[in-house]
Design a binder for this molecule. Structure first.
Ligand code: ADP
Length: 170
């Protein structure tokens, strides 16, 4: 069974097999988690992302999917990049957000990763309400069929931590 743990902190400081990046479909960097991962992980990550764009991901990584690269100088073996949906009031995109967690775990299984750190995908610039983002994250990981032993949600602030903690006791 997968253990779910919560940490308040910076995802780039975690020692895990795989760190999940809340990327955008360009895979060429951005703000928030993405910027922090590329800054601390160094240029090797971006170099591999560029190769993916030059190869089978010529149009970028579609929303809800996931792809792995080296973790560069992070204390991890891989970064799994996934593209969360932008929150929209007029359309229910929850299935795409759930897909990010599921597809990232599928990549982790392919790699043999046993410990995986996730940020609260889509809850930053992409505007997903934190409570709902936490609900989708925890529910999807709980229901996932995966060999990952620990899923660690790394939450940047107290509000995010509390939202995830509330889901875990349900
Ligand atoms: P998205 O574009 O998917 O919304 P963001 O990176 O903007 O992604 O934000 C996702 C979540 O990650 C937000 O809740 C944000 O506060 C949080 N966050 C930002 N930087 C870090 C970090 N270094 N470690 C962990 N979480 C972070």
């Amino acid at each position: 069974m997968t253990r779910i743990t919560l940490v308040r902190g910076d995802i780039t400081r975690q020692s895990v097999d795989a760190v999940v990046n809340a990327a955008n479909s360009s895979l060429l960097g951005g703000g928030g988690v993405d910027g922090a991962i590329h800054r601390r992980g160094g240029p090797a990550i971006l170099a591999e992302c560029r190769k993916l764009r030059a190869g089978h991901l010529g149009k970028g990584l579609p929303t809800g999917q996931a792809v792995a690269t080296t973790a560069g100088e992070l204390d991890a073996r891989w970064v799994i990049h996934t593209v969360g949906p932008v929150h929209a009031a007029t359309e229910d995109r929850s299935a795409l957000l759930a897909s990010c967690y599921r597809e990232s775990l599928r990549r982790a299984d392919e790699l043999g990763a046993r410990t995986v750190a996730f940020p609260a995908i889509s809850t930053g610039v992409y505007g997903w309400p934190m409570d709902d983002g936490a609900r989708i994250a925890v529910t999807t990981v709980r229901e996932a069929d995966t060999a990952v032993e620990e899923v660690r949600f790394v939450l940047f602030d107290e509000r995010a931590y509390d939202a995830f903690a509330a889901q875990l006791v349900l």
